[in-house]
Write a protein that binds this ligand. Sequence first.
Ligand code: ZN
Ligand code: ZN
Ligand code: FE
Length: 763
Amino acid sequence: MKPAAPPKSARFLRVNGVVQGVGFRPFVHRLAQRLGLSGWVRNVAGTVEIHLEGPEAQVDAFERSLRADAPPVSRIDGLQSTSVVAGGVDGFSIIQSADADGVRPVPPDVGTCSSCEAELFDNTDLRFRHPFITCTDCGPRYTIIDELPYDRERTSMKAFVPCPRCATEYATPTDRRFHAETIACHACGPRVWLEDTAGYERGVGETAILLAATALRVGAIVALRGLGGFHLAVDATNDAAVRRLRERKLRDAKPLAVMVRTLADARAIADVSAREAALLCSSARPIVLLHPRDDAMLSSALAPGLDRLGVMLAYTPLHHLLLDAVARVLVMTSGNLGDEPIAIGLDEGRDRLRSLVDLFLLHDREILSRCDDSVVRVVGAHEVFMRRARGYAPVPVRLPVSAPQPIIAVGPHLKNTFTLVRGDEAFVSPHIGDLEGTEALDHWRQAYDRFRALFRIEPTVAVRDLHPGYLSTRVAEELGLSRIIAVQHHHAHIAAAAAEHGVTTPVVGLAFDGTGYGDDGNVWGAEVLVADLSGYRRAAHLRYVALPGGDLAAHEPWRVALGYEALAGAQTQSFGLAYYGVPLSTRVGVGQQLSRGVNSPLASSMGRLFDAAAAVLGVRRHASFEGQAAMELEALAGDLAATPLPFPIIEQGGMLILDPLPMLIALGEGRQHGVDVTLLAARFHESIAFAASEVARRVATDAGIDTVALGGGSFQNARLLASIERRLGEARLRVLVARRLGPNDGAISYGQAAVAAWRMVHE
Ligand code: ZN
Ligand code: ZN
Ligand code: FE
């Protein structure tokens, strides 16, 4: 006897999150077909709508699988499910996108997936060794999308007309490349060629890749047009070649990242924990800061003085092919001179990089949005962003308050990002860089115009830093918007950390960084604030020190030591090592500058305190980039157990002042008495962690607050972060640390946006 047909039910689902451009509709289609359901799926603004008809049990199974088996890059933030009346739909189809005026997410770029990687090296496959193999689960997105909705004709893939075979796969529901907008093969995809610096073509396709690999193996520097911009590649095992790259790029000490093809290759050069492995292999494929192995046989010029090396896995098919052919670890550093924005255009790359490289490995798929590699490190159980860009941007971060009008928060002066806001969605740009020089400004404006067009947001309110003289302030003013809101730098740091966690009640904020303009006109950088999104009160700070030469002090740590020595009153013998190698006449001149108060701004900067300690310990008197001394001290300290040195907290007119002078003197004396510098570096870290936690605890108790938010670039120091988190935890305080954005200035624009949105709602 034939069983009775099960009762038929119909359901309407609305899914939001990262659900467009990540193979979600094809996945829904396959799932519905597998379960024998009829209906349709479509994109509507930022959401996916699904109509299902079929047996109740199957519809339930669909909902479960939707969450459990969703494509790896997608992220379901919300799923609404409603029972509806069955309309007798036949079959299942993907129907036309309805372009409502809602929030429009743009998917991030996705590293080559394992299926595509397998096909790339399978000589029976149609796309064997095709440098542009992709599928619905992987490939470029943000960097090639011109407009939404995300369809091929609105990307830079529109220049490549799919061949009949690709077109068939695109239209076949059971195919992995069903609706893969970036589908391509040898017959129809972009092409690769090798060019010399005079512009002559040296080879095409496979030949180009093999010739580039051969050149790399003998020490050549190759400019590689990648996904979000140009890279400069060189053999990381060739010391002379790495040094030549540094000379040409005018980058004498900043660490250089390397790329390897597989996780096994990464394990051959560095220690990789399970969490680090997951990050390396994640679809975002960030640079992960790893502890290099002693037997790695890499150039010693990659990360001089540091105990971490930036490692990433190949994330495009072209990387896979090149690394496979070279069979060496490659340096992959951004294609620029010094700190300029990375080059993206063909002619731009040729012009700007010709003097730096020996060869160009190029392709003809345009890069529409510049996007640097992201940099992440694992601290304890969490990951901390050093730089958030490719693979993460421009996925929105939620604000705890909905902005009544669209906002552009222009971000800080250094390590700039900007944030566009509509409602409670904050679209944080990828890393832009320092806003100094016309190239950086042009880059900022281009990126801003592109973001506005992509997300269709026309801001009416601009948010800027308090500093009247920064280029970012000029940028905000030149936008000509009806309203400009100014937000203090360290308030923005704390607001960013709190807002990301949805916290709008007052917190104690520890804002530790290099520099930010204070509301008293001084240079702030080690601030304890009682803050919420509406405002802040400065409850404590590091004792002010005069910095002779101002900004110059960030590059000459010995000057900071001299500033602290002036606080000590008399010549302090213990600071002697700080000036080793500094000509006496220079030191005397700078000393006079200090005593007359000429160009010697007052600073309460944590970054400069690290500089002073590095100088006093004889570790570094001149720095080639800001933060170098701090990174070296962290590397020296490692995880050596140590106790704090004296670091008194003094009350002055209702304000708590942290005085580091006794600690600096103790460091200098210890060093002169032959105490190991690694132990002193460790004690230095513990001193700061102890004093910071102690002051946070006191301020929290006085204010009746149980939550502490940490913000500022100093929290990229893993030892400092871990020690402060542990100490605050022991004091039973809840600790908020940036997770989706980094603690450094890359999060400032988001914090500015959070403060502005709150003020607009509550004024
Ligand atoms: Zn793929
Ligand atoms: Zn094709
Ligand atoms: Fe900062």
